[in-house]
Design a protein around this ligand. Sequence first.
Ligand code: NAP
Length: 250
Amino acid sequence: MSLQKLNCVVTGANRGIGLGLVQQLLSQQQHSTVFALCRNPNSATSLTNLSNQYPNRIHIIECDVSSSTSTSSAAFKVGSIDPTGIDIVIANAGIANPGLIATTPAETFLEVLKVNTMGPVHTFQAFYPLLKQKEMSKFFVISSELGSSKAAPSRNTTGTTAYGMSKSAANYFVQCVAREHAKEGIIAMAICPGWVDTDMGHEYAKQRGRNERPSFTLEESVVPLVQLMLGATKENSGQYVNRLGERIPF
Ligand SMILES: NC(=O)c1ccc[n+]([C@@H]2O[C@H](COP(=O)([O-])OP(=O)(O)OC[C@H]3O[C@@H](n4cnc5c(N)ncnc54)[C@H](OP(=O)(O)O)[C@@H]3O)[C@@H](O)[C@H]2O)c1
């Protein structure tokens, strides 16, 4: 357990990997404050339960990452609660919307890109003023191996085209953030959490059409993810890695 005081922001924090990350940040960092962003705070019962378990350490804030207005408004609320800046921002919110290329409507492609690619862009832009207040700060995108043109072909990628495209573009965005903001001490990384036992992980299992199960429990994914994030340095900035920090080829 670390005594360092960290201000952290997690998007899509009400369930799945986002909720697991909030839990780990609170338990691994005794003095952390977590701003848990989600679309519907009123129905985020798991987060409300966590805020009872960790009094005064979680702020649940409304944020739809597909909207720059909603993301900016969330950042404004975070800054009003604590104007001293943010140490870690995790752009985790994502959707899969599987479908075959020939039959997937253009609107579905756009929706996936809006959440998985523009979501991280909106999140970075909105929180940039708070990130740059710290001498060193970190911006992570929860990506996927399906966004790698080299690694994805060894997986069953049928039905994941829009998703893979959106993560690939998000990876590229992370590389650019790392280069453009290095002088301000902002570290950026894209991390694949593995195939995880969440709603999205189950959806992928169903799509594969066999009796397959996700490779990792939520805990097996988020425990090393948070350790990797806490330990990230400027030498790691711009990297695209798995939850153990092993490089994934673009
Ligand atoms: N599970 C896996 O095997 C796996 C593998 C590789 C990468 N990932 C990535 O990991 C991240 C989390 O996935 P997960 O498995 O935890 O998925 P999940 O269980 O389906 O949860 C997705 C989360 O994203 C939120 N979200 C969706 N659209 C949003 C929007 N427009 N604005 C704000 N929040 C939004 C959801 O909120 P609502 O409850 O409001 O819908 C939910 O909190 C995603 O980026 C995903 O691509 C997952």
